[in-house]
Ligand binder design. Structure first.
Ligand code: SF4
Length: 207
């Protein structure tokens, strides 16, 4: 059995239309190197205790929906936290799961380059939450530099068909405007992004 483990916070089964084609199971990973001001997962990331599962243990857990995945063209979605910090696990899981299953990763791409490189061939669809493509807005909102995520996106687009990269561009109340969102979308198109999803963060009470 592998010694690689995934810090599993939660599993959500029978998801439809949220991240690509078909019925998916979302596995949320603990841990994230960003510090987004309105982290939608902050409470979960801070309070919940992850369960460390090996690729084999995880496969046994999610295999229950094999027929749904095969019949609908769905599969596993790794979210977070930042699932690309678990690139070695994703790679090993891809090697043992049925090849018909689609693997999706929801990521900010704010990870060391070697993590992205390690996972790239194991992932069918990258769903990238870019936050904002303006350096000042990105830093204010995440506490980090935009350059690592931007350079990783360029790296990804050189190696993956653009149809397999969906970039989500949020309108973040108090941090960017519709004009900023439009500018981010334009910059992303110039980088070669073909699939864009412009949407708004919904601010929860107390955030
Ligand atoms: S990238 Fe996602 S999980 Fe990480 S801090 Fe930002 S919102 Fe939270």
């Amino acid at each position: 059995m592998s010694s690689t483990v995934f810090p599993l916070l939660s599993l959500s089964r029978h998801r439809m239309g949220t991240d690509g084609v078909g019925i998916t199971t979302l596995a949320a990973a603990a841990g994230c190197p960003l510090h987004c001001r309105w982290c939608i997962n902050k409470e979960l990331l801070l309070k919940a205790k992850p369960e460390n599962v090996t690729p084999e243990e995880f496969l046994e857990r999610v295999r229950i929906d094999d027929l749904y995945f095969r019949a609908t063209g769905g599969g596993l979605t790794f979210g977070g936290g930042e699932p690309l910090m678990q690139a070695d696990f994703i790679k090993e899981f891809r090697e043992i799961c049925p090849e018909e299953w689609k693997i999706t990763v929801e990521t900010s791409l704010f990870v060391p380059r070697n993590y992205l490189a390690q996972a790239i061939d194991a992932v069918d669809l990258f769903v990238v939450d870019c936050k904002d493509m303006n350096e000042d807005i990105y830093r204010k909102y995440t506490g980090e530099d935009l350059s690592a995520a931007e350079e990783n996106l360029a790296f990804l687009l050189q190696r993956k068909d653009a149809e397999n990269v969906l970039v989500r561009v949020p309108l973040i109340p108090g941090y960017n405007t519709e004009e900023d969102q439009r500018r981010s979308a334009e910059k992303l198109r110039q980088m070669g992004v073909k699939r864009l999803d412009l949407f708004s963060y919904v601010k929860k009470a107390g955030m």
